[in-house]
Ligand binder design. Structure first.
Ligand SMILES: [Mg+2]
Length: 127
């Protein structure tokens, strides 16, 4: 564990001691089967592809393709795609050497900070 990983882990344990995403990440890693030279690139591209699958399903709902009685099934399909996105997030986080829990909790802190400063809306990564 590098110093940065340790500091991030320590921060997360203090702020969100019961976050279980690392357990998911550890299990998800066992399905990460792609060539070493495609580390980072493979999960980054897969993440975009799966996000596109979500967008396509939601687009079809917006277009009126899904009858009301089929909506629950469609939600399950969207949920499955969210799971695919989560897997690629876990793989990408693994490839850059940062735990999914740290990423998730730092994101929560970032959002809380923006909320406190009334800067949720707008754009730019460093609001
Ligand atoms: Mg998919």
């Amino acid at each position: 564990m590098t110093w940065l990983e340790y500091e991030m882990y320590k921060w997360q344990e203090e702020r969100y001691p019961n976050m279980q995403l690392n357990e998911y990440q550890d299990k998800a890693r066992t399905y990460a089967i792609y060539p070493e030279e495609y580390r980072i690139t493979y999960p980054a591209l897969g993440l975009v592809g799966e996000a596109g699958e979500i967008a396509n399903k939601v687009k079809k709902i917006m277009r009126g393709d899904v009858k009301p009685e089929a909506m629950e099934q469609k939600k399950l399909e969207v949920a499955s795609e969210i799971g695919d996105v989560l897997w690629y997030c876990a793989a990408l986080a693994q490839d850059i050497g940062i735990s999914l829990s740290v990423i998730a909790t730092q994101n929560l802190d970032k959002l809380e900070n923006r909320k406190q400063r009334d800067a949720i809306h707008g754009d730019g990564d460093n609001r």
